[in-house]
Design a protein around this ligand. Structure first.
Ligand SMILES: [Zn+2]
Length: 560
């Protein structure tokens, strides 16, 4: 017995006492660590070797991983979480927002015009002025700007300014003229040229695909400008504490930029990239096959992004019934079923993930129906990936009868908490009270048996992890306000919110064995915060700052 005990304790010692070769590269100690691993949810210290976590536990035991060349980081009680993932972001858009006229904090039409005037005054006569980020929700009155508003400050320079949601833009008269848009221009498929009710003239607002009529006249950004935008987007993301972003749509041109920047070592953020389909990018992905875990598990391209309707704010979201505040419209679908169907079948055979933007209850039912048909047509034995983990992006307004269908079909609703706290100012008007049951229904989804990866949809929203985490647990606006019909019971617990930005996005990216929790053997991605967002009062979450970001065991951002 004694011999056995001796052998056992020797074994134990060899497990925890490193020889020179098993000393860690970095040891983080004195942390308030939440692991998101249910078996051991809290810890004080983490040891990292190479890109992996080799120890999670007490300060005392972690000390044994300190060798002559180990860097020891004293966390001084800061809160450590598994590296946060933004499950739905548009990285180039976030970067472009930094480069062009950023209209994020525009408080009124006058404010927008003042910012525009400043930019126009610096521009050469006749040169394009573009920008993005305005949202009229809190303007008084809360109405879209018009071409005539913009003409007052920009009579000669063509202007197009995207609404924050990306599903609408306002252009001035010079821009419309260049694009040849007038009274007689028909609406394109999947879009609308808004008209003045009295004169029938285009009023400057272009919804969804109609933006393209004007945007194709804007000189393309150069490759160097695009690279710069990606670098700026990555810099911002890492400073905010994101360790991975799941980039919801784009092209292989962007993939090439990412590859170049990774190879040069200029970006470190993980990017899980989708490309748009149906169309040439989707066709190419299915032909060439996915890229998984390139550049040290940083770049994966295995997903096609479909857009099935518009947005609620611009009344482009496809609804089963008319809009409550504009009964002559119920929005529109933006993808043709006959183009979608063969692509879905091929994606299953080739092992390609599909994620579809669906905001309205009609779009959500449409895509569930289409997914279901394809899943039935291609049984698991004929699929390259048996459980394809297809996703619905936003899943914003879902008829309550359709919520259980997600779990039944194995479909993942990928949702953005900040949309609820912004949209809920106008959603009751657009939808009426009844349809708010099933809107932004995070808790109902979780209870139905699915995971809900959380994202920001930046640059549609600010793209800040603390805003998203707060929105998920509070379901109130940033001043703590919550209105009638906001369904407080759909707020999630802090533990659920933690999963929404860590292990659930990892699952939605087939990476749950690789990352998403703080566990031995997983990639060392950490988000380190100034306060304990698992316990502090809700509003203090918004004041919490990211102090350190760790990706693949490397400190890629340090606030100090
Ligand atoms: Zn999006």
């Amino acid at each position: 017995m004694k011999v056995f005990l001796l052998v056992a304790s020797l074994l134990l010692l060899t497990l925890v006492v490193p020889g020179p070769q098993s000393a860690a590269d970095i040891v983080f100690k004195n942390g308030n660590i939440y692991t998101a691993n249910e078996e051991s949810p809290k810890a004080q210290a983490i040891a990292v070797k190479g890109d992996k976590i080799v120890f999670v536990g007490t300060n005392e035991t972690a000390a044994k991983f300190v060798g002559a060349n180990t860097r020891v980081v004293d966390l001084k009680g800061n809160t450590v979480l598994p590296g946060f993932t933004d499950s739905h972001q548009h990285l180039s858009g976030v970067g472009q927002r930094e480069v062009t006229l950023n209209l994020e904090f525009t408080t009124s039409l006058e404010d927008l015009l003042a910012k525009l005037k400043e930019r126009v005054d610096q521009a050469e006569r006749g040169k394009w002025v573009t920008g993005r980020g305005w949202i009229e929700t809190h303007w008084k009155p809360a109405v879209f700007p018009t071409r005539w508003d913009l003409d007052k400050v920009s009579p000669n320079n063509p202007v197009i300014l995207g609404r924050a949601d990306g599903h609408g833009a306002v252009a001035n008269s010079a821009a419309l003229k260049l694009a040849g848009v007038d009274k007689t221009t028909p609406n394109p498929f999947g879009g609308e040229i808004s008209k003045d009710k009295e004169s029938g003239e285009p009023n400057g607002m272009l919804l969804d695909s109609a933006q393209g009529i004007v945007r194709r006249h804007v000189p393309p950004t150069t490759r160097a400008e695009e690279e710069r935008a990606v670098e700026l987007g990555v810099k911002r993301d890492i400073e905010l504490g994101w360790t991975q972003i799941q980039d919801a749509g784009g092209s292989f041109a962007e993939v090439d930029i990412f590859k170049k920047l990774y190879a040069a070592g200029t970006i470190k953020l993980r990017i899980y990239k989708a490309v748009y389909g149906p169309g040439p990018n989707a066709t190419r992905l299915m032909k060439e096959g996915p890229t998984i875990g390139a550049f040290g598990n940083r770049l994966t391209v295995r997903t096609i992004k479909v857009v099935s309707d518009g947005a609620l704010g611009s009344r482009g979201a496809a609804l089963l019934g008319p809009y409550s505040d504009m009964p002559d419209t119920s929005g529109f679908l933006t993808v043709k079923a006959e183009e979608l169907r063969p692509m879905l079948v091929e994606a299953l055979r080739k092992g390609i993930q599909v994620e579809t933007h669906a905001i309205g209850d009609k779009a959500n039912r449409f895509i569930l129906d289409e997914y279901e048909t394809a899943l039935k047509a291609v049984p698991p034995s004929e699929r390259k990936v048996a459980d394809p983990r297809w996703r619905v992006e936003h899943a914003q307004i879902v008829n309550p009868a359709d919520i259980p269908r997600f779990a039944k079909l194995g479909i993942i609703p990928s949702m953005q908490p900040s949309h609820a706290i912004g949209d809920l100012f106008f959603a009751p008007k657009r939808l009426g009270m009844d349809r708010l049951a099933g809107a932004y229904a995070w808790e109902s989804f979780i209870k139905s048996g699915v995971v809900v990866p959380g994202g920001s949809d930046a640059p549609v929203e600010r793209g800040e992890p603390m805003i998203e985490f707060y929105a998920a647990v509070a379901r109130k606006d940033q001043h703590g306000f919550s209105g009638e019909g906001w369904h407080p019971e759909e707020a999630v617990t802090r533990n659920q919110a933690l999963k929404m930005f860590t292990i659930w996005p990892a699952y939605a990216a087939f990476e749950e064995k690789l990352r998403g929790t703080i566990e031995v053997g997983k990639l060392a991605d950490l988000t380190i915060l100034s306060a304990d967002i698992m316990t502090i009062p809700e509003l203090e979450i918004l004041k919490t700052r990211n102090v350190m970001t760790v990706i693949n065991g490397e400190i890629v951002y340090d606030a100090n």
